[in-house]
Design a protein around this ligand. Structure first.
Ligand code: HDE
Length: 682
């Protein structure tokens, strides 16, 4: 499947309409003569009901909105492809996982969970990571998140969890935030949330970019091969650029400065043709080993530590095309983990089972009836035939007399397919037991893996988690709930719970942490790959700069695929001391230090020199406090010296580095954050 030979793209093309340069008509095709004035009895007279164009236009407008998703309302999506790099034939009969080199069109929708459609991108939240694979055997939807576990174990608790985390119902406050009484009350009184809350308080919940976060299928699924042999699996998606995060203060400020930070990042990178790539793989457990672990593999609040069950990568996911229309594609896409293909199957995870019901149900309401599979973005690329008929807004015209099975009038078609013919046959798992409403004992350990996660964090990561708890629990009005949270998290770590207690004004906890000393290095972001590619540097510049020096640095940035914004007092161009010209694309007003991964302080002269210097100083101070690398050109040193920044980790000074400056600066940008910088020294 080469670009331009993508069956989904070809299918979508047929539905695209370009109105540019065309005559305006009504929806019935009638040419419109006046779109400014409604039909009236006299120029100042009453408007007439007869005006069908007015009525059609206003009526359509009145009905433009559909309900936003009850969770994951704010999303952003792109098209791409999946390429198989290792055949999984041994484990699964899924056709798209057989032949190395085969390509499958995909559509990925990223999202936040709690916020409404218009909320900010960088809030502390889980990110949805939902992929629709348009395979030859029908759509396979992997509706995952960027965190490998979930808040609850049984779907019956989902409405309670969502009611607790969403804005409180009496005043709709706070928007897109878990830092409030009802969520923490839910947490303390439903302690299966412990592990997930550790992840939510970690840097995973404030990603730097959709391109820099992992994806997880979360649940345990099955691979089933041609012989009907099954394995338990968990899906993993790993970003090429590594897993990177914002810092909390920065994330909050970006929410104001650029609420579209993540969508803009993805959109621009795809528009610029940059590589947006992830690897995809699975962890696999043999059926006979189902009970070999100290966690239940059906419990969605548990990971399978990668050191025990390694991830086997089998393919590559690339995003390379933005949507043409956000409503038609991103908003109308109907993800459903019940969209499955032969060779992949479900398990008895009670969270998964409930989801199998929920997604179809919610789409019936959100997309207005049972025909949403006909919406272009949802159509499979293979033909589909059955005896389902009618319903609101049916598009296809099923011809013929017969719409039932079995029949003789149509030769008993459409006919069913056996396993051998590629039919989906549910995995014949042996089940037995009594009908009962209860939770398995093997689901009762809520703290061991929460502590495993804590043990796996580096010192700065632990500090971020502690600060996040202090922030969130500190926003809880009820002292009683604050105390309950502290008393709960002592099970994870005494030091953590004590630090929270001291900061939020409640009693220190009495209990003890669970006895788990193991750690899983794969959980720490400190072990992730790092590249300068597509990171963003702000060049802070005035006139009179040293042209050769700046040119050499900017060229090195470009060579390394770094995105560069030239920031100054005004838009337009500037002249260096040696006649070199630069074009400014941002001003101190239109951008902000929180929108950059690094700064290159060139300095120079400006019309309002005092303000220019103060603006740059502010940019340096903020970037320094957010542990970012800062490069200082020879002309930038005087301003740098006035800032709070101290020479030390991640500070690269041209007059000291000499000819090594561009390379040293790139190295610092690659490192991204310098946690050993003490930002509070006098
Ligand atoms: Fe969802 N979830 N969910 N969820 N979820 C929805 O479906 C639900 C869960 C996830 O980009 C809804 O179309 C229940 C886990 C993503 O369009 C709804 C339960 C995971 C998306 C729904 C869960 C997810 C949704 C809302 C507990 C990670 C956005 C609108 C049993 C594995 C998909 C919609 C997109 C969306 C129900 C738990 C991921 C209401 C009942 C666990 C990425 O059907």
């Amino acid at each position: 499947m080469e670009r331009g030979n993508n069956p989904k793209e070809e299918q979508l093309e047929q539905f695209k309409v370009n109105n540019y340069g065309k005559k305006m008509t009504t929806n019935q095709g009638l040419k419109v003569s006046d779109d400014e004035n409604s039909l009236k009895a006299g120029v100042r007279g009453p408007t007439l009901l007869e005006d069908f164009h007015l009525r059609e236009k206003i009526t359509h407008f009145d009905h433009e909105r559909i309900p936003e998703r009850v969770v994951h309302a704010r999303g952003f999506a792109a098209h791409g492809e999946f390429e198989l790099l290792r055949s999984m034939k041994e484990f699964t009969r899924a056709k798209f996982l057989q032949d190395v080199g085969s390509k499958t069109p995909i559509f990925i929708r990223f999202s936040t969970v709690v916020g409404s459609k218009g909320s900010a991108d960088t809030v502390r939240d889980v990110r949805g990571f939902a992929i629709k694979f348009y395979t030859e055997e029908g759509n396979f939807d992997l509706v995952g998140n960027n965190i490998p576990i979930f808040f609850i174990q049984d779907a019956i608790k989902f409405p309670d969890f969502v009611h607790a985390v969403k804005p409180e119902p009496h005043n709709e406050i706070p928007q897109a935030s878990s830092a409030h009484d009802t969520l923490w009350d839910f947490v303390a009184n439903n302690q299966e949330t412990a592990h997930m809350m550790m992840w939510l308080m970690s840097d995973r919940a404030i990603p730097r970019s959709f391109r820099m976060m992992q994806g997880f299928g979360v649940h345990t699924f099955r691979f089933v091969n041609e012989d009907g042999k099954a394995k338990f699996i968990k899906f993993h998606i790993k970003p090429l650029l590594g897993v990177h995060s914002l810092v909390w203060d920065e994330a909050q400020k970006i929410a104001g400065k650029d609420p579209d930070f993540h969508r803009r990042d993805l959109w621009e990178n795809i528009e610029h043709g940059n590589v947006v790539e992830y690897g995809i793989g699975v962890q696999m457990i043999d059926e006979k080993d189902e009970f070999m672990f100290d966690f239940d593999i059906l419990d969605a609040t548990k990971i399978w530590p990668e050191e025990i069950v390694p991830v086997q990568m089998f393919g590559k996911i690339t995003l390379d095309r933005n949507v043409s229309n956000v409503f038609a594609e991103t908003e109308q896409v109907a993800m459903h983990l019940g969209n499955i293909v032969p060779g992949i199957d479900f398990t008895n995870d009670p969270l998964l089972q409930g989801r199998l019901f929920s997604y179809l149900d919610t789409q019936l309401l959100r997309l207005g009836g049972p025909n949403f599979a006909e919406i272009p973005i949802n159509r499979p690329v293979c033909p589909f035939h059955n005896n389902q008929r009618d319903g609101f807004s049916r598009q296809r015209i099923d011809v013929g007399q017969v719409a039932y099975h079995k029949n003789s009038l149509a030769g008993n078609t459409p006919s069913t397919s056996s396993w051998k013919e590629g039919g989906f046959v549910h995995y014949a798992e042996k089940v037995e037991g009594r009908v009962i409403q209860a939770r398995s004992d093997s689901f009762q350990d809520h703290f061991s893996q929460a502590r495993l996660f804590w043990n796996s964090m580096t010192k700065p990561e632990k500090e971020h988690i502690t600060d996040a708890f202090i922030f969130e629990v500190g926003k809880v009005n009820s002292a009683d709930v604050r105390q309950q949270v502290v008393d709960m998290f002592v099970n994870v770590d005494v030091g953590l719970a004590t630090a929270i207690a001291d900061a939020v004004g409640v009693n220190r906890p009495k209990g003890q942490q669970v006895n788990v000393t193991a750690s899983s290095p794969a959980l720490s972001q400190s072990n992730t790959p790092r590249y300068p590619y597509t990171l963003r540097v702000g060049v802070l510049i005035g006139s009179g700069f040293n042209g050769n020096e700046v040119k050499a640095v900017v060229n090195t940035l470009f060579e390394n695929g770094v995105a560069v914004d030239i920031v100054g007092e005004h838009l337009g161009s500037l002249m260096g001391a040696d006649g070199v010209k630069v074009v400014l694309n941002k001003t101190f007003l239109t951008t902000s230090p929180v929108l950059f991964d690094s700064l290159y302080v060139v300095g120079g002269n400006a019309k309002n020199q005092a303000k220019f210097k103060s603006d740059i100083e502010e940019f340096i101070n903020e970037a320094y406090r957010h542990y970012k690398p800062i490069g200082v050109a020879s002309t930038g040193e005087p301003i740098f010296n006035q800032s709070i920044a101290k020479i030390g980790p991640g500070i690269v000074i041209a007059s000291q580095a000499g000819a090594n400056f561009p390379a040293d600066f790139i190295q610092a940008i690659t490192q991204q954050r310098f946690w050993d910088r003490n930002i509070y020294t006098e």
